[in-house]
Design a protein around this ligand. Structure first.
Ligand SMILES: [Zn+2]
Length: 1001
């Protein structure tokens, strides 16, 4: 380091990760970036690559490019060799003397990892047919783990990809070098050796690099001169499954002449009419696709759609559009993607747009691809209309990615969805179907919001995530009026947002970010759930048309470029003729949220005074009140409700329009859920709801919010959990909404299993089990409701009678009126194992034998984490870190079973090690793993001793990075509440009126 010139700004920018300073410096000096990337992924655990990076440069200093892959084997700048010491700290520093003002070209050869986890290319092995599937996941900053790049969102690049893959997977009982068990062991052994003895660092390897320079022709030659790597078995087998590939761009050519499949993708671009082929001779590469248009019935038919045979492509290449009609569509590095493997494919053409779906061969029969294709088509149509712009890229395809660690990822032209959440192995419930369609709408909305216009830096992550979720709800509300989309929106966003935003670990929507290597911490409920909620408030504030106009202007102004939240608020504010600076300060920059308390005074059966008092949920927000617009509802069982729009501006707002109105059954100050605040009901209202008013509310959206508010009464120590349980048991039999039932059941479950003390639980448990069991068996109820009760019963059953019923259920032919299938059988076997019931092991063994599918193997791993003994916990905890072959999806799936509430005594010793491993997890696991990890370990405890461990951990690590400290505080909040709810002294009743604030921490 010392030898570098002191005046060179590059020195300070050469820190690990990608600092904001480096990103700003590059954005100011580098432009017109193009990547021409070739990757050979035929070796089992390595991608051998070369890349040509072209760019324009406006200054005279050194240029820093990012690469932290396994090995850099050669590098040239404008044809001249890059010095050996250029690679360090995850960057390659190109000396200024090798560069020019204006156009420059860099050439690199490199090797990157392919692995089940921890690599940019994920390899998912399918044990049922021996196939391997590969896919990338580069968000937020892993593109440079795969190839040298300027890995920041605001250096959008034109990308061209050439991918070399096997032509096919050999049949299962093939040669030992392939995927046979023996060959696999050999290969795994080799991979292990490689891992224990990792390749030399990029710096050292470049120093030794004696490989031939990369030629301009970026030829096969450069690749072939590298030492041979472990490769798959020969692939010329008649019965083999043929590989196919998909990436951001359209396929330009595919060649198998050298025994490998070399696919060349067109540069990312946009063509006339938004990915629609025009004219009567539109290419339909997979042949005909008759009848797709007929599928445009209810999007929610998904659960019952017939399995139709799907067409398989006769050819590999899709005819590219005439390039004269196309213009370049640069994309950010985190959005670059490909998937490869022996996929099963199906496509649909609707109004000239062809979409192709990819699913792994072994699950093709289960995947309802025709419904998924139709839903994606409808999503694209709706977004085009709302945004007033055609789909912004040349083509749109999607992949159901096996063991995908997210719900979906919005790569332009190649969206990846989570296979498990998209393939239903048993009849789905309404929430499952809505969740799947909402995910599709979310990822499709991203094509405009995220892909076409991209945040400048990951501090504005909320911009794309909040928007995608909000747009998904707007689209759902129009496409499926029966879905009651804003109720769905409330249920899936508000409780999750409030749960984090009312903690001491919360952050603002806009999250300062010094280095991209901390970007993972910016993901979570604040960007995914608070952000769309704030946008809902914003739209209510400015009105629907101003909002839409503002969004359209924003997209037009920043198309194929980057923008910030100020740009968005500026565009919407202008369209609505309303300055939004104060709104921005209150909701983008200020952390935390308000609590709003209702106070109602009655006189002579009329309202004397109704006030709304607001205060910050936590002191970190500061004292100032938030300005919000909300709708106050006065509910009457004998007359229509009164709705009063109110603007909250100061600490106390009197709802003057309510004065003199007849005394309502109850007041609800956030009707239709426009406001973003935690509402605490007045005690009169709570009493009325407990005494029958809830049953008189016809609107399921309002009922959902009332249940949410009642639960907040429990979590804010104003209602004992037993009261909530009693109310739920009393009201549930009348509840007919397929989304409200599981919402209430989840809270009932948490109250019974975590919030009430053992004595209370013993007295409540039999009644809870009976209520659930009876409702589950009630033939008069629809499937979705019965299934919710079945699921809750399986989760909660604990008495000898409940266990016997579980065992009966396991062998039943049907459940909730449908044939009993493997997912529910797994749930039962898992619960029996968790309870240590005698039937647990035999049922588990039976289920392992019965379900040998890929999902069955995953479920078997997850279920076994629920064995209650210390040895199981020790083995699993060790594997979470030491087993490099363990897929992250399996690991995170098992954390809940590992931390079953019944196992607190054996899992308690892991609370501290779980906290101690956070920095490792942050560095080595994907975005959502850390949250799942913390939530599972802390929700699995209810005791004061666990809280003490957390507090001590925080005390002993005063220098814990702030992002990690916040995550711990966010998740410790539920533990703290649980402990406090359980510690309440029955002789000192809960505070039940105003004036409780001194008890808030
Ligand atoms: Zn998203």
């Amino acid at each position: 380091m010392g030898q570098a010139s002191r005046t060179d700004p590059a020195v300070s920018l050469l820190t690990p990760g990608i600092s904001h300073s480096l990103a700003r410096h590059r954005a100011a000096t580098i432009s017109d970036v193009r990547y021409d990337l070739t990757l050979d992924v035929t070796p089992l655990d390595s991608a051998i690559g070369c890349i040509i990076v072209r760019f324009r440069r406006a200054d005279t200093g050194d240029v820093i490019i990012d690469f932290r892959g396994r090995r850099l084997t050669a590098g040239r700048a404008n044809g001249q060799k890059i010095p050996a010491n250029a690679a360090r700290s995850g960057h390659i520093r190109i000396p200024a003397r090798l560069l020019k003002l204006g156009d420059n070209q860099l050439d690199f050869s490199f090797v990157a990892d392919i692995a089940p986890s921890g690599a940019s290319i994920i390899r998912s092995h399918d044990p049922t047919d021996g196939s391997d599937y590969l896919y990338t996941l580069l968000v937020p900053a892993d593109a440079n783990q795969l190839f040298p790049s300027f890995d920041q969102p605001d250096l959008k690049a034109r990308v061209r990809l050439t991918l070399v893959t096997p032509v096919s997977t050999p049949p299962r009982s093939g040669s030992s070098g392939g995927r046979g068990p023996q060959g696999q062991r050999l290969l795994r052994g080799a991979a292990e050796r490689d891992r224990r003895n990792p390749g030399p660092s990029a710096q050292a390897s470049l120093a030794r690099a004696d490989v031939a320079p990369v030629s301009d022709a970026r030829s096969e030659r450069a690749l072939s001169e590298l030492p041979p790597l472990r490769s798959r078995a020969p692939t010329q087998v008649e019965s083999a499954q043929r590989w196919s590939v998909v990436a951001n761009g359209a396929i330009e050519s595919a060649d198998t002449s050298d025994g490998r499949l070399t696919t060349r993708f067109a540069e990312t671009r946009v063509c006339a009419s938004g990915g629609r082929a025009s004219g009567p001779h539109a290419p339909q590469p997979w042949g005909e696709s008759p009848g797709w248009g007929e599928l445009r019935g209810s999007a929610l038919d998904g659960g019952r759609a017939p399995q139709r045979p799907v067409g398989v492509s006769p050819s590999l290449a899709r005819a590219p559009m005439e390039s004269a009609d196309c213009t370049p569509a640069p994309i950010s590095t985190y959005l670059i993607a490909f998937a490869a493997g022996p996929w099963h494919r199906a496509s649909s053409t609707d109004h000239g747009r062809t979409i192709t779906a990819y699913v792994r061969a072994s699950r093709a029969a289960e995947a309802d691809l025709d419904t998924l294709l139709a839903l994606n088509q409808r999503a694209l149509d709706w977004m085009e209309r709302y945004f007033g712009r055609p789909y912004p890229f040349e083509k749109f395809d999607f992949v159901l990615a096996p063991a995908f660690p997210f719900g979906g990822m919005e790569h332009p032209g190649a969206v990846f969805y989570n296979e498990d959440r998209f393939i239903f192995r048993e009849r789905p419930t309404l929430p499952q179907r809505l969740n799947r369609f909402s995910t599709i709408l979310h990822e499709v909305a991203h094509q405009w919001f995220g892909d076409l216009v991209t945040m400048r830096w990951f501090d504005d992550l909320w911009l794309k995530e909040g928007f995608a979720t909000f747009m998904a709800a707007k689209a759902l509300a129009e496409i499926e009026p029966a879905a009651d989309a804003w109720k769905t929106f409330y249920l899936s966003n508000k409780p999750a947002a409030y749960a984090v935003d009312q903690t001491a670990g919360t952050r603002p929507l806009w999250q300062a970010l010094d280095n991209l290597d901390q970007a993972k911490s910016n993901y979570g409920a604040i960007v995914y759930n608070k952000a769309p909620s704030v946008l809902k408030q914003l739209e209510y504030l400015v009105g629907d048309s101003a909002f839409q106009l503002g969004v359209q202007r924003f997209l037009n102004q920043h198309a194929y470029a980057n923008a910030t939240w100020q740009d968005l608020l500026g565009a919407i504010g202008q369209a609505g003729h309303r300055p939004l600076e104060a709104f921005g300060r209150a909701f983008m920059l200020r952390p935390g949220m308000p609590v709003v308390e209702q106070q109602l005074a009655l006189r002579d059966n009329t309202i004397a005074r109704l006030t709304l008092t607001q205060y910050p949920a936590k002191p970190l927000s500061g004292d100032k009140p938030w300005t919000e617009r909300t709708e106050v509802l006065l509910f009457y069982s004998d007359r229509p409700p009164v709705r009063i729009p109110v603007e909250l501006r100061s600490r106390v707002t009197e709802v003057t329009a309510a004065r003199g109105k007849p005394a309502p059954d109850f007041v609800f100050a956030n009707a239709r859920d426009y406001g973003y605040f935690l509402l605490l009901l007045d005690s009169t209202g709570v009493h009325a709801l407990e005494s029958g008013a809830l049953a008189r509310v016809d609107d399921p959206f309002l009922r959902a919010m009332l249940w949410g508010a009642l639960w907040d009464q429990v979590r804010n120590y104003r209602m004992q959990p037993e009261r909530f349980v009693r109310l739920a048991l009393g009201e549930l039999p009348r509840e007919t909404d397929e989304q409200v039932v599981p919402f209430v059941l989840a809270r009932l479950g948490r109250a019974v299993s975590a919030y009430v003390l053992p004595a209370s639980r013993d007295s409540l448990q039999p009644e809870v089990e009976t209520t659930l069991w009876q409702a589950a068996g009630d033939k008069a109820r629809p499937y979705g409701i019965r299934k919710a009760y079945v699921d809750a019963f399986i989760d909660l059953a604990a008495t000898p009678r409940g266990i016997a019923r579980l065992d009966t259920l396991f062998s039943a032919d049907s459940v909730a009126g449908e044939p009993l299938k493997d997912p529910t059988r797994w749930d039962i076997a898992t619960r029996l194992l968790e309870l240590g019931a005698p039937a647990g092991e035999p049922r588990y063994a039976e289920q392992v034998k019965r379900d040998t599918t890929a999902d069955g193997r995953r479920r078997s791993f997850i279920a076994a984490a629920g064995r209650p003994d210390a040895e199981t916990k020790r083995t699993y905890f060790t594997r979470y870190f030491a087993d490099a072959t363990l897929n992250e999806d399996w690991a995170s799936g098992s954390l809940g079973e590992f931390n079953a509430l019944e196992h607190q005594a054996v899992t308690f010793p892991y609370v501290r090690p779980a906290l101690d491993s956070l920095p490792f997890i942050q560095a080595h696991r994907r975005i959502f793993y850390l949250e799942t990890w913390l939530a599972a370990f802390l929700r699995g405890q209810t005791g004061d001793s666990a809280l003490t461990v957390v507090q001590r951990y925080l005390r002993e690590h005063p220098n814990l990075p702030l992002d990690l400290r916040r995550k711990v505080l966010q998740h410790a909040d539920e533990l703290e509440r649980t402990v406090r709810i359980r510690q309440r002294d029955d002789s000192a009743p809960y505070v039940d009126s105003v004036g409780h604030r001194s008890t808030e921490r």
